[in-house]
Design a protein around this ligand. Structure first.
Ligand SMILES: N[C@@H](CCC(=O)N[C@@H](CS)C(=O)NCC(=O)O)C(=O)O
Length: 222
Protein backbone atom coordinates (compact mmCIF):
# COMPACT_ATOMS: atom_id res chain seq x y z
CA UNK A 1 0.00 0.00 0.00
CA UNK A 2 1.26 3.51 -0.84
CA UNK A 3 2.51 5.44 2.18
CA UNK A 4 1.06 8.71 0.90
CA UNK A 5 -2.54 9.34 -0.10
CA UNK A 6 -3.40 12.59 -1.82
CA UNK A 7 -6.92 13.99 -1.90
CA UNK A 8 -6.98 15.91 -5.12
CA UNK A 9 -9.08 17.38 -7.91
CA UNK A 10 -7.92 17.41 -11.51
CA UNK A 11 -8.99 21.00 -12.02
CA UNK A 12 -7.20 22.36 -8.95
CA UNK A 13 -3.82 24.10 -9.45
CA UNK A 14 -2.94 23.69 -5.77
CA UNK A 15 -3.43 19.93 -5.91
CA UNK A 16 -1.50 19.89 -9.18
CA UNK A 17 1.49 21.38 -7.34
CA UNK A 18 1.55 18.59 -4.81
CA UNK A 19 1.08 15.85 -7.39
CA UNK A 20 4.11 17.19 -9.29
CA UNK A 21 6.23 17.32 -6.13
CA UNK A 22 5.32 13.72 -5.26
CA UNK A 23 6.06 12.57 -8.80
CA UNK A 24 9.35 14.46 -8.99
CA UNK A 25 10.46 12.76 -5.77
CA UNK A 26 9.37 9.36 -7.06
CA UNK A 27 7.11 8.89 -4.02
CA UNK A 28 4.69 5.99 -4.26
CA UNK A 29 1.26 7.56 -3.69
CA UNK A 30 -2.39 6.86 -4.21
CA UNK A 31 -4.80 9.53 -5.37
CA UNK A 32 -8.43 10.06 -4.40
CA UNK A 33 -10.21 12.39 -6.82
CA UNK A 34 -12.66 14.58 -4.89
CA UNK A 35 -15.77 15.96 -6.55
CA UNK A 36 -15.62 19.49 -5.13
CA UNK A 37 -19.26 20.14 -6.00
CA UNK A 38 -20.33 17.08 -4.04
CA UNK A 39 -17.73 16.38 -1.39
CA UNK A 40 -18.03 13.04 0.35
CA UNK A 41 -18.96 13.15 4.06
CA UNK A 42 -15.60 11.71 5.08
CA UNK A 43 -13.69 14.49 3.32
CA UNK A 44 -13.88 16.79 6.37
CA UNK A 45 -11.85 14.24 8.32
CA UNK A 46 -8.95 14.42 5.87
CA UNK A 47 -9.28 18.10 4.99
CA UNK A 48 -10.22 20.39 7.88
CA UNK A 49 -10.52 23.41 5.54
CA UNK A 50 -12.65 21.41 3.10
CA UNK A 51 -10.16 22.01 0.29
CA UNK A 52 -7.86 19.98 -1.93
CA UNK A 53 -5.07 19.13 -1.74
CA UNK A 54 -4.70 17.29 1.52
CA UNK A 55 -2.47 14.31 2.15
CA UNK A 56 -2.42 11.42 4.59
CA UNK A 57 1.03 10.07 5.37
CA UNK A 58 1.58 7.30 7.92
CA UNK A 59 -1.97 7.89 9.15
CA UNK A 60 -1.51 11.63 9.71
CA UNK A 61 -3.05 14.49 7.77
CA UNK A 62 -1.27 17.52 6.30
CA UNK A 63 -3.08 20.22 4.33
CA UNK A 64 -2.41 23.53 2.53
CA UNK A 65 -0.35 22.91 -0.60
CA UNK A 66 2.67 25.09 0.27
CA UNK A 67 2.93 23.38 3.66
CA UNK A 68 2.33 19.91 2.24
CA UNK A 69 5.08 20.48 -0.32
CA UNK A 70 7.61 21.49 2.32
CA UNK A 71 6.56 18.51 4.41
CA UNK A 72 7.10 16.15 1.46
CA UNK A 73 10.47 17.76 0.81
CA UNK A 74 11.50 17.08 4.41
CA UNK A 75 10.17 13.53 4.61
CA UNK A 76 11.45 12.48 1.17
CA UNK A 77 14.65 14.53 0.96
CA UNK A 78 15.86 13.49 -2.50
CA UNK A 79 16.00 15.27 -4.83
CA UNK A 80 16.00 18.34 -2.58
CA UNK A 81 13.55 21.02 -3.62
CA UNK A 82 14.68 23.73 -1.20
CA UNK A 83 18.09 25.38 -0.88
CA UNK A 84 20.16 24.61 2.22
CA UNK A 85 21.23 28.16 3.07
CA UNK A 86 18.72 29.73 5.52
CA UNK A 87 18.48 33.01 3.64
CA UNK A 88 17.99 31.24 0.31
CA UNK A 89 15.29 29.10 1.97
CA UNK A 90 13.59 32.23 3.26
CA UNK A 91 13.67 33.76 -0.23
CA UNK A 92 12.23 30.57 -1.75
CA UNK A 93 9.34 30.77 0.73
CA UNK A 94 8.85 34.43 -0.12
CA UNK A 95 8.52 33.55 -3.82
CA UNK A 96 6.02 30.79 -3.09
CA UNK A 97 4.11 33.29 -0.96
CA UNK A 98 4.28 35.89 -3.74
CA UNK A 99 2.59 33.40 -6.04
CA UNK A 100 -0.11 32.64 -3.49
CA UNK A 101 -0.88 36.15 -2.34
CA UNK A 102 -0.12 38.33 -5.35
CA UNK A 103 0.32 36.65 -8.74
CA UNK A 104 -2.47 34.08 -8.34
CA UNK A 105 -4.75 36.71 -6.85
CA UNK A 106 -4.09 39.17 -9.70
CA UNK A 107 -4.81 36.49 -12.36
CA UNK A 108 -7.93 35.34 -10.58
CA UNK A 109 -9.27 38.88 -10.14
CA UNK A 110 -8.91 39.54 -13.87
CA UNK A 111 -10.61 36.22 -14.65
CA UNK A 112 -13.58 37.03 -12.39
CA UNK A 113 -14.08 40.58 -13.64
CA UNK A 114 -16.61 40.91 -16.43
CA UNK A 115 -16.69 44.68 -16.49
CA UNK A 116 -14.28 45.75 -19.23
CA UNK A 117 -13.94 49.20 -17.64
CA UNK A 118 -12.47 47.60 -14.50
CA UNK A 119 -10.41 45.01 -16.40
CA UNK A 120 -7.91 47.66 -17.55
CA UNK A 121 -6.62 48.29 -14.02
CA UNK A 122 -6.51 44.54 -13.35
CA UNK A 123 -4.45 43.94 -16.49
CA UNK A 124 -1.98 46.53 -15.25
CA UNK A 125 -1.87 44.79 -11.87
CA UNK A 126 -1.09 41.48 -13.59
CA UNK A 127 1.52 43.16 -15.81
CA UNK A 128 3.20 44.50 -12.65
CA UNK A 129 3.20 41.08 -10.97
CA UNK A 130 4.74 39.42 -14.02
CA UNK A 131 7.36 42.18 -14.35
CA UNK A 132 8.24 41.71 -10.66
CA UNK A 133 8.60 37.94 -11.19
CA UNK A 134 10.65 38.45 -14.34
CA UNK A 135 13.01 40.73 -12.45
CA UNK A 136 13.15 38.32 -9.51
CA UNK A 137 14.04 35.39 -11.77
CA UNK A 138 16.81 37.41 -13.42
CA UNK A 139 18.32 38.25 -10.02
CA UNK A 140 18.09 34.68 -8.71
CA UNK A 141 20.24 32.98 -11.28
CA UNK A 142 20.93 31.87 -14.80
CA UNK A 143 17.93 29.54 -15.05
CA UNK A 144 16.40 27.64 -16.65
CA UNK A 145 14.51 27.08 -13.36
CA UNK A 146 13.79 29.74 -10.73
CA UNK A 147 16.78 28.83 -8.60
CA UNK A 148 19.12 27.58 -11.29
CA UNK A 149 19.88 24.27 -12.92
CA UNK A 150 17.27 22.09 -11.20
CA UNK A 151 13.63 22.52 -10.19
CA UNK A 152 12.64 23.73 -6.72
CA UNK A 153 9.39 24.11 -4.82
CA UNK A 154 9.03 27.53 -6.46
CA UNK A 155 8.80 25.98 -9.94
CA UNK A 156 6.21 23.40 -8.90
CA UNK A 157 4.22 26.05 -7.02
CA UNK A 158 3.89 28.37 -10.00
CA UNK A 159 3.70 25.97 -12.93
CA UNK A 160 0.07 24.80 -12.49
CA UNK A 161 -1.12 28.41 -12.77
CA UNK A 162 0.73 28.79 -16.06
CA UNK A 163 -0.71 25.54 -17.42
CA UNK A 164 -4.08 27.22 -16.77
CA UNK A 165 -3.01 30.61 -18.14
CA UNK A 166 -4.81 29.68 -21.38
CA UNK A 167 -7.96 30.76 -19.47
CA UNK A 168 -6.73 34.33 -19.04
CA UNK A 169 -5.74 34.39 -22.70
CA UNK A 170 -9.01 32.90 -23.89
CA UNK A 171 -11.49 34.78 -21.71
CA UNK A 172 -9.65 38.09 -21.25
CA UNK A 173 -7.39 38.27 -24.30
CA UNK A 174 -4.44 38.77 -21.96
CA UNK A 175 -1.05 37.49 -23.07
CA UNK A 176 2.14 37.31 -21.06
CA UNK A 177 4.11 40.38 -22.24
CA UNK A 178 7.04 39.69 -24.59
CA UNK A 179 9.22 41.59 -22.10
CA UNK A 180 8.85 38.57 -19.77
CA UNK A 181 11.30 36.47 -21.78
CA UNK A 182 12.60 34.53 -18.78
CA UNK A 183 9.12 33.55 -17.70
CA UNK A 184 8.22 32.47 -21.25
CA UNK A 185 11.36 30.33 -21.54
CA UNK A 186 10.77 28.89 -18.06
CA UNK A 187 7.20 27.87 -19.07
CA UNK A 188 8.61 25.95 -22.04
CA UNK A 189 11.22 24.31 -19.78
CA UNK A 190 8.54 23.20 -17.33
CA UNK A 191 6.21 21.94 -20.08
CA UNK A 192 9.01 19.72 -21.39
CA UNK A 193 9.51 17.91 -18.06
CA UNK A 194 8.28 14.30 -18.42
CA UNK A 195 6.28 14.41 -15.15
CA UNK A 196 4.60 17.64 -16.25
CA UNK A 197 3.70 16.08 -19.61
CA UNK A 198 2.42 12.94 -17.93
CA UNK A 199 -0.39 14.75 -16.08
CA UNK A 200 -0.89 17.82 -18.28
CA UNK A 201 -4.38 18.72 -19.44
CA UNK A 202 -5.25 20.46 -22.69
CA UNK A 203 -6.21 24.15 -22.91
CA UNK A 204 -9.72 22.99 -23.90
CA UNK A 205 -10.04 21.09 -20.61
CA UNK A 206 -9.30 24.22 -18.57
CA UNK A 207 -11.23 26.65 -20.75
CA UNK A 208 -14.39 24.58 -20.45
CA UNK A 209 -14.09 24.34 -16.66
CA UNK A 210 -13.32 28.04 -16.20
CA UNK A 211 -16.45 29.08 -18.08
CA UNK A 212 -18.65 29.24 -15.00
CA UNK A 213 -16.63 31.98 -13.35
CA UNK A 214 -15.17 33.72 -16.40
CA UNK A 215 -18.52 34.09 -18.15
CA UNK A 216 -21.19 33.88 -15.44
CA UNK A 217 -23.68 35.76 -17.62
CA UNK A 218 -23.26 33.44 -20.59
CA UNK A 219 -23.52 30.46 -18.25
CA UNK A 220 -26.80 31.73 -16.77
CA UNK A 221 -28.25 32.27 -20.24
CA UNK A 222 -27.58 28.69 -21.36
N1 LIG B 1 -4.62 27.60 0.11
C1 LIG B 1 -5.05 26.31 -0.38
C2 LIG B 1 -5.98 26.54 -1.55
C3 LIG B 1 -6.60 25.24 -2.04
C4 LIG B 1 -7.88 25.51 -2.81
O1 LIG B 1 -8.35 26.66 -2.95
N2 LIG B 1 -8.48 24.43 -3.33
C5 LIG B 1 -9.76 24.58 -3.99
C6 LIG B 1 -9.74 23.94 -5.38
S1 LIG B 1 -8.58 24.70 -6.45
C7 LIG B 1 -10.82 23.83 -3.20
O2 LIG B 1 -10.58 22.76 -2.69
N3 LIG B 1 -12.02 24.40 -3.13
C8 LIG B 1 -13.12 23.75 -2.51
C9 LIG B 1 -13.84 24.62 -1.55
O3 LIG B 1 -13.31 25.69 -1.18
O4 LIG B 1 -14.95 24.25 -1.14
C10 LIG B 1 -3.85 25.47 -0.76
O5 LIG B 1 -2.82 26.04 -1.13
O6 LIG B 1 -3.91 24.22 -0.64
Amino acid sequence: MATVEIFSAEVCPYAHRTRLVLMHKGVDFSLAEIDLSNKPDWFAEVSPYGKVPSIRHDGRIVYESAIINEYIDEVFPEPALMPTDPHARAMARIWVDYGNTRFNVASYKLMRENDTAVQGALREELDACLAFMEDGMAKLGAGPYWLGASPSLIDFSYYPFFERFCNVEHYRGYRIPASCGRILTWIDTMKALPIVREIANTPEFYIERAKAYAQPTAQAAE
